[in-house]
Design a protein. Structure first.
Length: 686
């Protein structure tokens, strides 16, 4: 699937802002001291993601996973894929290693096209102008699983993934870090924050990095320049606050990433060529979060962002092998894509009591706009010598004439109302939303979404719950004959239990669920860039996740997912969708040595297991092998040995220690796992 975007659908929705709060050590790391998501080391405590109001996670009638800043640093996360790959219900790597895009599946559904959010708003983009997330610039990730259209409009029934940009801090700090690794990786990071000129009501933050790196593919780079300024202005009583968030990114990867597939089997012939293979992306965004507290019981919030993404994608594709097997026929291709987006979300929260019932009412209206399209051209390229593999040794003439292949102008307006009702130990959450969508591709339509959930809170920290929720998503893909598809609709029943005792830093979440989605799409196995309908798909299963800090300096996380997916109607009824494992588990532990001769040393290790998956939706060509991927980390704080070196830390992280590049085939295409990556870093915080 060379040059293909991870998705075509670009529905517009919004998500409440997320800021991760951790323990005192996280303050040194520059983590914000307040915000709508709070964590203690790895353990999530409260969030707005499930209700858009500040609430304990035990009261949210859906499964929620959090990834704190401390966890991101301990694992030295380098992409959104790596950030989420230890969470229950989440499958990464369905399409192997692809540094051009971040592709994530939740509960068996691809959320890349309609489930990514940043700083409280849907992260809009085009087909190939897809917004990238730089992990060094975020404070945390929160994953809400299951249909969530009641608050966020059109989206995947699998769930949503939200990242939060780093915010200004009250405690001043500075950080500089240098990194080096295999594939000729070189990187420098900077992060600085604090009050402006000693004024506690004006706070700033500036985060940035510069990186040059190759990858395991011959023509795919991983270069990046990233700078993200932030400014907070607030009143003396902090009742009124405005935070401005910006970003400029210049990203160079590769237009082609992967190997040629031949009759559903992977060859060792790479697509791409260093002589003509860069994918250049310019990404800009500016926005704000505004909040005014009229009283302790009445709050108004407004989140806004405008963004632009421009992609210039140049790549070479292998399109055939000569009869003698000595050369490969190729094409040189160019694709220019752009996306201009705007999103705004207005919320009014009111807390009021009616007799024995305590209500948290939320009313909101949001609007999003997307203007996107791409042009494409292709010409013949010199043949590849399959004996000498002469990549980069021949001049390649790019196409000079490009034709417009895709345009999308889409507007979405949504109004929503939610009531969280608390009575004694019961928490009842009821919500409804209506959306109006207008797009040049599929005209106008409206849709109602709803959710109902009930939780019960025991004194010992156990909180069972049950919920029903719905979702919808416009289908912007087209068939091989140019036809468009009706919107898909999803519904979920979920029953779960959460355990978060007050005397332990521990959170365990377990859930069983049943999701059904109608009119789902998949990539056409024959025509590149086209889609086919699966009709109706069911996903049901069980997941459990635990995060804990039960003894000093030891952080643990573990997750397990069982997934039973089935195509109920349409093509291949009764079969299992390709690439989705029935069983997967993940385990990670990080331990910092206590006082003694090894003080300052910390060790981390983890493993991720994925069971066998079908190679095609028809389940006719066999299964992909199961696999275990192992990660490891070691770090040393020099301040433990010499107080004069306080703030200086060295770290070494190895992802996929045993270089397991197992193949995953899906339909006519095959992919490989990301190989072993080694990154060493030296960081100084002051």
């Amino acid at each position: 699937m060379i040059g293909l975007a991870p998705s075509l659908a670009q529905e517009d929705t919004t998500l409440a802002p997320i800021v991760v709060e951790s323990d005192a050590d996280a303050q040194e790391a520059g983590v914000s001291s307040s915000g709508p998501v709070k964590t203690d080391r790895y353990v999530g405590k409260s969030a707005t993601v499930g209700t858009k109001t500040q609430v304990e996670l035990a009261k949210v009638p859906q499964s929620v996973s959090t990834v704190s800043r401390k966890e991101l640093e301990d694992r030295n996360v380098q992409s959104l894929v790596q950030a989420t790959n230890y969470s229950s219900g989440v499958r990464t790597g369905v399409f192997g290693f692809d540094p051009r895009f971040d592709t994530v599946f939740i509960r068996g559904f691809n959320v890349t096209d309609s489930g990514y959010y940043r700083d409280g708003l849907r992260d809009l983009g085009g087909v190939f102008s897809v917004a990238r997330k730089e992990p060094y610039g975020i404070e945390g990730v929160t994953i809400l699983k299951g249909p969530s259209s009641v608050l966020y409009g059109g989206g995947s029934p699998g769930g949503i993934v939200n990242v939060v940009s780093k915010r200004p801090t009250e405690v001043p700090f500075n950080e500089i870090e240098v990194q080096a690794g295999n594939f000729d990786r070189r990187q420098i990071n900077i992060d600085s924050s604090g009050p402006v000129a000693g004024n506690d009501n004006i706070l700033y933050r500036i985060t940035g990095l510069a990186r040059g790196a190759d990858t395991q593919f011959v023509a795919t780079k991983d270069d990046r320049i990233y700078i993200a300024p932030a400014l907070t202005l607030r009143s003396d009583d902090h009742d009124t606050q405005l935070t401005i968030l910006g970003e400029y990114s210049n990203i160079t990867s590769g237009g082609a990433a992967g190997f040629l597939s031949d009759n559903g089997n992977l060859t060792d012939i790479e697509h791409g060529d260093p002589a003509y293979g860069d994918m250049d992306v310019i990404q800009k965004r500016i926005g704000y979060e505004f909040q005014h507290r009229f009283s302790d019981d009445l709050i108004f919030r407004q989140n806004l962002r405008a963004a632009r993404i421009n992609t210039d994608m140049k790549y070479v594709s292998v399109v055939g092998i000569s009869p003698d097997g000595l050369s490969a026929t190729r094409t040189a291709n160019r694709l220019i894509d752009r996306a201009d987006t705007f999103a705004i979300d207005n919320q009014l929260e009111w807390r009021v009591d009616t007799g024995p019932l305590a209500h948290t009412l939320l009313a909101g209206i949001d609007y999003t706009y997307l203007d996107s399209g791409y042009d494409f051209g292709s010409v013949a390229a010199p043949d590849l010598d399959l004996v000498d593999r002469n990549y980069g040794q021949q001049p390649i003439t790019p196409p000079t004439a490009l034709s417009t292949l895709y345009t999308l102008k889409q507007r979405q307006t949504g109004v929503y109302l939610q009531d969280q009702i608390e009575y004694d130990r019961f928490v009842l959450t009821l919500g409804g939303r209506y959306d109006w969508l207008d797009a040049n591709q599929y005209g106008n339509f409206g849709h109602f979404s709803g959710r109902a959930g009930l939780a019960y809170l025991f004194d010992n920290g156990i909180a069972p719950y049950v919920s029903y929720s719905t979702s919808f998503a416009p289908n912007t893909g087209r068939s091989a004959t140019g036809e468009y598809f009706d919107p898909s609709e999803g519904e979920q029943f979920e029953v779960g239990v959460k355990y978060a005792p007050t005397d332990l830093n521990l959170a365990i979440n377990a859930a069983v669920f049943n999701i059904e989605q109608t009119n789902t799409l998949a990539s056409d196995p024959v025509v590149i860039g086209a889609s086919v309908t699966r009709g109706k798909v069911r996903s049901r299963g069980f997941e459990i996740e635990a995060k804990a800090n039960l003894i000093d300096n030891l952080d643990l996380l573990a997750s397990y997912t069982y997934l039973d997916m089935e195509i109920l109607a349409g093509d291949n009824p009764g079969k299992v969708p390709a690439g989705i494992p029935a069983n997967q588990f993940a385990l990670w532990a990080h331990y910092q040595m206590p006082s003694g001769p090894l003080e300052g040393l910390s060790l981390g290790a983890g493993a991720r297991y994925y069971s066998k998956t079908w190679k095609d939706d028809g389940n006719d060509t066999g299964k992909n092998a199961d696999r275990i991927l192992v990660d490891a980390a070691v770090a040393y704080d020099f301040g433990a040995a010499n107080p004069k070196l306080e703030g200086l830390t060295a770290r070494l992280n190895v992802s996929n220690v045993f270089d397991n590049r197992e193949t995953t085939c899906s339909g006519s295409y095959c992919y490989v796992e990301e190989g072993r990556t080694v990154i060493g870093s030296l960081r100084y915080r002051f």
